[in-house]
Design a protein around this ligand. Structure first.
Ligand code: ADP
Ligand code: MG
Length: 325
């Protein structure tokens, strides 16, 4: 490694954690040939990796601070969907040049996210090439408490967090396809560029959910993965989705349901757990709502006037069929 790369790592990535407690189980972090840690007793290690490529996953004009925040959020969101608490992560950074402005912003956004999620950077790799960012994140879950996509059963309730479709609106705004007042636009652009992974739901999911997935490719597509892997069907109630008013005003529901980048969690809850879940949701003031039910088979969207077959209706099934085909 060249000396400027060494100083780059020291300057931008080897930062003291500002948390009071040291990273659980970490023996050796950045600075040696590899990191060394011990998985805490009675925990399972949950691992995920995601890459963001400039020009494909974010525009070349995106703020480095936001890019960093988003790539860590995307990884942490996968941990949340498994019921795992963020623990440590590795960063593989490919940079076209040593751009001080980029690195400063990137490092700021990365450590802001790391702090928000209580996750520690323990190592990585830095090399030269077209801008690409890969994060490998590790989470912890008590043995037996992790969630799978395959756990949904007929009779389970389907729940979702947050508001689906805001990032899709943000993208349309950014591309100049739609207009909006400034406050609403700010919310949507923020959802697109700086999504907040739902770490506030981890304990709730472990306690009450039978299956979960994070919404990255669109609600219909991602819930579709749960249905496929669980061997069940679903009925979704459009009116229960509480979509942004833009979608009904412009008859653009499919935009919300097929738009990606939400990083909300869609999950299923057995009837016996519903009361406990709703009590916790109220107590903690969480934005979680019931949007449908798991049935034996089929995939339907129920509107006021009709039941839309999502497997046959091209407007809605675009994202989903893409993965079935
Ligand atoms: P090696 O040549 O043994 O692979 P490197 O020179 O790539 O080691 O990295 C030196 C140290 O810096 C290692 O501990 C590595 O994990 C860490 N590191 C390298 N790049 C990054 C990065 N972008 N972010 C965090 N840590 C990094
Ligand atoms: Mg290396």
């Amino acid at each position: 490694m060249a000396s400027d790369e060494f100083s780059l790592i020291e300057r931008y990535f080897r930062q003291p954690s500002n948390r009071a407690v040291p990273t659980q189980g970490l023996r050796l972090g950045i600075g040696d040939d590899a990191a060394v840690s011990r998985v805490p007793a009675a925990c399972l290690l949950v691992q995920t990796i995601d890459t963001l490529i400039s020009g494909r996953h974010f525009p070349a004009t995106a703020k480095p601070e936001d890019v960093a925040y988003k790539v860590l959020s995307v990884n942490v969101s996968d941990l949340v969907a498994m019921g795992a608490k963020p623990w440590t992560f590795l960063l593989a950074l490919t940079l076209p040049d040593t751009d001080k402005n980029f690195l400063e912003g990137f490092s700021k956004g990365l450590f802001a996210a790391a702090n928000d999620y209580s996750i520690d950077l323990i190592g990585g790799d830095t090399c030269r090439g077209d801008l690409s960012i890969t994060i490998q994140a590790n989470g912890l879950v008590p043995d037996g408490c992790y969630l799978e996509r395959a756990g949904a059963q007929p009779g389970d309730h389907i729940m979702v967090s947050g508001s689906i479709g805001l990032a899709a609106l943000g993208l349309a705004l950014e591309q100049g396809r739609i207009g909006m007042d400034i406050t609403a636009a700010h919310t949507c652009l923020n959802a697109l560029h700086r999504p907040r992974a739902r770490t506030d739901l981890i304990v709730l999911l472990r306690e009450f959910a039978s299956a979960a997935i994070d919404v990255s490719d669109g609600l219909i597509a991602d819930l579709g993965h749960v249905l496929q892997q669980s061997g069940v069907g679903a009925r979704l109630f459009l009116d229960d989705l509480d979509l942004h008013p833009y979608f009904s005003e412009h008859d653009a529901h499919s935009m919300a349901l097929n738009g990606g980048d939400d990083y909300q969690i869609v999950f299923t809850v057995p009837s016996r757990n519903l009361e406990g879940l709703l009590d916790t949701v109220t107590e903690q003031g969480l934005d979680v709502r019931a949007i449908g039910e798991i049935v034996d088979d089929g995939y339907q969207l129920i509107t006021q006037h009709k039941a839309v077959d999502l497997l046959a209706h091209s407007e809605f099934a675009g994202g989903y069929n893409h993965f079935v085909a």
